[in-house]
Design a protein around this ligand. Structure first.
Ligand code: NAD
Length: 249
């Protein structure tokens, strides 16, 4: 049951206590991986890593800062010796009507959700290329597929759709190096990103559109990342895994 024995995994945006990133880190650690947790705040990232055990470490890294991504990944390679898995999980959302989106809001949402995937992947890919293997999994969203949805505005949909295109382009370019790149598109998952933002009424309405009749939990998404990170998915690249309870059927 140790699907990631000996592997080193980097997960962005993984310090949030109830978030998908930390749940993924926890599941990876249980499967034998050593995990590097990246998030905005060093103390939070270190505390999250410590909660997994002594083999894991936390780093402050704003994924919108190209130099920070490069420097952090260099440090991780020095301290862990290798990188086998990258989960591009960091993201932010914001409800918005199209006509209300201004330049700053657009830039902020696109920067974290899309540019961040580029910068962190650019930092990790040369190391994976050297190792001639690696798995990158990117966080998209059902919002990309439905053109919105529940909490994210049109800029969020655009950013998450951009992630699908970027991931497929990376899968195409780096397949020859033994590197796989895939995406996960979750539906509505219960985390701080939406906590307190959904009324009971809204929730009941949402559930009528979900055949499995429940919102997702963080481990539902972590399980998909575990599969993509492990050798169980060794012939899968450029794929998109829906984790949405059947929302798109
Ligand atoms: P969350 O808010 O708990 O976690 C997001 C994490 O990203 C936080 O720890 C935050 O500090 C970090 N972060 C934000 N900006 C960053 C930056 N510039 N650099 C580094 N880290 C940064 O929310 P979550 O629900 O766990 O979200 C994780 C990912 O899942 C996001 O990309 C989100 O868009 C995506 N997603 C969430 C849902 C859902 O319903 N919760 C559905 C689909 C996709």
């Amino acid at each position: 049951t140790h699907l990631l024995d000996g592997k080193v995994a980097v997960i962005s945006g993984a310090a949030s206590p109830r978030g998908i990133g930390l749940a993924t880190a926890r599941m990876f650690a249980r499967h034998g991986a050593r995990v590097a947790i990246l998030d905005l705040n060093e103390a939070d990232a270190s505390a999250a890593a410590a909660s997994l055990g002594a083999a894991h470490r936390g780093y402050a890294c704003d994924v919108t800062d190209r130099d920070a991504c490069q420097a952090t990944i260099e440090r991780i390679v020095r301290e862990f010796d290798r990188i086998d898995v990258l989960v591009n999980n960091a993201g932010i959302t914001q409800p918005a009507k199209l006509l209300d989106i201004d330049a700053a809001g657009w830039d902020r949402i696109l920067d974290v959700n899309l540019r961040g995937v580029l910068y962190l992947s650019q930092a990790v890919l040369p190391q994976m290329k050297k190792q001639r293997s690696g798995s990158i999994a990117c966080m998209s969203s059902v919002s990309a597929q439905r053109g919105g949805g529940i909490l994210g505005g049109p800029h969020y949909s655009a950013a998450k759709a951009g992630v699908l295109g970027l991931a497929k382009a990376m899968a195409r370019e780096f397949g020859i190096d033994g590197i796989r790149v895939n995406c996960v598109t979750p539906g509505l998952i219960q985390t701080d990103i939406n906590a307190g933002k959904i009324s009971d009424e809204k929730r009941a309405e949402i559930l009528t559109g979900i055949p499995l009749n429940r919102l997702g939990g963080v481990d539902d998404v972590a399980g998909a990342f575990l599969f993509l990170a492990s050798d169980l998915s060794s012939y899968i690249t450029g794929a998109v895994i829906d984790v949405n309870g059947g929302m798109l059927i």
